[in-house]
Design a protein around this ligand. Structure first.
Ligand code: NAP
Ligand code: ZN
Length: 350
């Protein structure tokens, strides 16, 4: 089936309309008409080849919400008309230890990403959700629970699960204190989800600009990371810090804020850190860790949790043809707090 999307043709060209073919349905495939797609900073990183493995043409998009329009002959979980979602993963080996334990993101035979990743059968480069339709095997399709606003649910598929997973892994809940570094797409979901889980939450931001927003999202306070006095006063006060900063940065100011046995989890930057000191690690048995999105089962748990608790991202809806401007604004951290593309705008442009 021929469909329309938006693609980057190289690391230096803006995204532009691009027609391409979606595969014919395999027996366990679901065809989804995409209604909304969130704009993740990872889309920008990969469009620009920041991580050095981008394959062009590159159609980004891994926060996908839509409706089932056809199913393969062996599909049992979904039917035409169902409201569904797709996140960062579309396949894995389904056989290794981690796949068996619902952590397909750590598949020992290599996870398959929604875009910029080869299809396991054909080896062709996968193309993502900045498009009118997508074909995904049913095991990687999520159900959008009734009551969850479809237009706002999209960012849960990456920003949501990427922050929910470490909150669950490190057991954030009543009695725990969580700090979130960087109030952007991931950061604002980390705040909402940690508050929803019952934790006491603070935001660490570069300036005071987002203080009112942080409080409105449920944080108890905002600390300005360059304010040495405030940082000193917050020493040894957090069980968990989730760091969402997308670029190389110094984590040394954050480590002393952890309690003994506390953990700083990096989810933002991929690459070389500026040298962390071992002193706060040794003196406080503190840890530095990383975390990658979340598995399919946990993503479904998150969607159900958000429907139950009425937790939704703060979205700014955009048209598909506004994507290049949105990327520029994302780079300047000028988004409150997630751009979501209304895919009707792409269909209308066809
Ligand atoms: P975003 O919306 O751009 O938010 C990033 C936030 O970090 C900004 O709002 C800003 O917050 C802070 N920030 C930005 N530039 C900074 C700088 N130079 N120094 C210090 N702080 C800075 O991005 P996002 O979509 O949340 O994504 C964040 C990162 O997570 C990206 O690198 C993305 O690729 C990565 N990611 C990882 C996973 C995973 O599985 N681990 C999944 C999805 C995304 P303040 O203004 O409050 O300081
Ligand atoms: Zn993402």
């Amino acid at each position: 089936m021929k469909i329309l999307g938006y693609a980057a043709q190289s690391s230096t060209t803006p995204l532009a309309p691009f027609e391409f073919e979606r595969r014919a349905l395999r027996p366990n495939d679901v065809l989804i008409e995409i209604l909304y797609c969130g704009v993740c900073h990872s889309d920008l990183h990969q469009a620009r080849d920041d991580w050095g493995y981008s394959v062009y043409p590159l159609v980004p998009g891994h926060e996908i919400v839509g409706r089932v329009t056809a199913v393969g002959s062996k599909v049992s979980r979904y039917k035409v008309g169902d409201s569904v979602a797709v996140g960062c993963l579309v396949d894995s080996c389904q056989e290794c230890h981690h796949c068996h334990h619902g952590e397909e993101q750590f598949c020992l035979n290599g996870r398959t990403d929604t875009y910029n990743s080869p299809d396991r059968t054909t080896g062709e480069n996968n193309l993502g959700g900045y498009s009118t339709h997508i074909v995904v095997r049913e095991e990687f399709v999520l159900r959008v629970p009734a009551g969850l606003d479809l237009a706002k649910a999209a960012p849960l598929l990456c920003a949501g699960i990427t922050t929910y997973s470490p909150l669950r892994t490190w057991k954030a809940g009543p009695g725990s204190r969580v700090a979130v570094v960087g109030l952007g797409g991931l950061g604002h979901m980390a705040v909402k989800l940690a508050v929803g889980l019952g934790a006491d939450v603070a935001v660490l931001s570069r300036t005071r600009d987002k203080e009112n927003d942080a409080l409105a999202l449920g944080a108890k306070h905002l600390l300005v990371s360059s304010d040495a006095k405030a940082m000193e006063a917050a020493a040894s006060s957090f069980d968990l810090i989730i760091d969402t900063v997308p670029v190389k940065h110094d984590i040394n100011p954050y480590l002393p804020l952890l309690k003994v046995d506390g953990t700083l989890v990096l989810v933002g930057q991929v690459g070389q850190l500026s040298e962390p000191s071992t002193v706060p690690l040794v003196l406080g048995r503190r840890s530095i860790a990383g975390s990658l999105i979340g598995g399919i089962e946990e993503t479904q748990e998150l969607l159900d949790f958000c429907a139950k608790k009425n937790i939704l991202p703060e979205c700014e809806m955009i048209r598909m043809d506004q994507i290049n401007e949105a990327f520029e604004r994302l780079e300047r951290a000028d988004v409150r707090y997630r751009f979501v593309i209304d895919m009707a705008s792409l269909k209308a442009a066809k």
